[in-house]
Write a protein that binds this ligand. Sequence first.
Ligand SMILES: NC(=O)c1ccc[n+]([C@@H]2O[C@H](COP(=O)([O-])OP(=O)(O)OC[C@H]3O[C@@H](n4cnc5c(N)ncnc54)[C@H](OP(=O)(O)O)[C@@H]3O)[C@@H](O)[C@H]2O)c1
Length: 212
Amino acid sequence: VNITVIGTGTLAVALGRAWAEAGHTLRVTGRDRGHAGTAAGRIGPAATAVDPGEAATGADVLVVAVAWEGLEAAVRLVGAGGSLAGRTVVDCTNPVDFATGRLLPVTGSAAELVARSAPGARVVKALNLFAGASWPYRGPGPQAPLVPLCGDDPDALARVGVLVGDLGGRPVVFGDLAASRQVEEAAGFVVRLVATGHNPRLAVPDVEPVRG
Ligand SMILES: NC(=O)c1ccc[n+]([C@@H]2O[C@H](COP(=O)([O-])OP(=O)(O)OC[C@H]3O[C@@H](n4cnc5c(N)ncnc54)[C@H](OP(=O)(O)O)[C@@H]3O)[C@@H](O)[C@H]2O)c1
């Protein structure tokens, strides 16, 4: 799969390395060509840096890993001229205040901002809850991280599900794109618990699902 990562930081490199290891081809883009080159170098030979204007060309999937402050600008830079229309775009971002875990968008979600900034794109919210360093997961299958996916396009959800599986995660379709706010709130909950010195894993009940 040809994956373009929009973002040049910690998550971009971690996901890029894990997907490169799974045999995918990576391209990395950002507002700063030098940072994109460094990130591509850290991912390895499967990755090349590209300018934002070329980032959508030939990409099967684009992955957004940018800080909240730069999210809209970064997506608009890549999607200028409508190049993201019809593309699968994964939003991995957390629009939270990292000191308190408070969600920054007053309504909606970062994923819906991505969708508004890239008209016609098939946006999927995914991979925002676990640290990039969690991937690839190599532990026992039954303990593999669950990765909630939110989106409106079944084909895009399926494509992203396969890429999550390639990381060792277990994709779960959680809801439509509007459900992204709940997943982003969950990230804020995790951030706040960690900031108060607690392990969020111990704050979630162990509940057996009712199977119908
Ligand atoms: N790190 C993780 O393990 C992890 C896990 C899940 C989700 N996330 C989420 O993924 C996103 C990226 O996290 P990260 O840890 O990779 O952050 P990071 O290492 O700080 O990298 C931030 C990225 O955002 C770009 N950026 C920052 N401000 C910008 C602005 N005003 N305009 C345009 N671009 C801007 C940076 O570009 P420059 O290089 O040009 O500054 C860089 O590419 C965040 O939303 C975070 O919550 C991170």
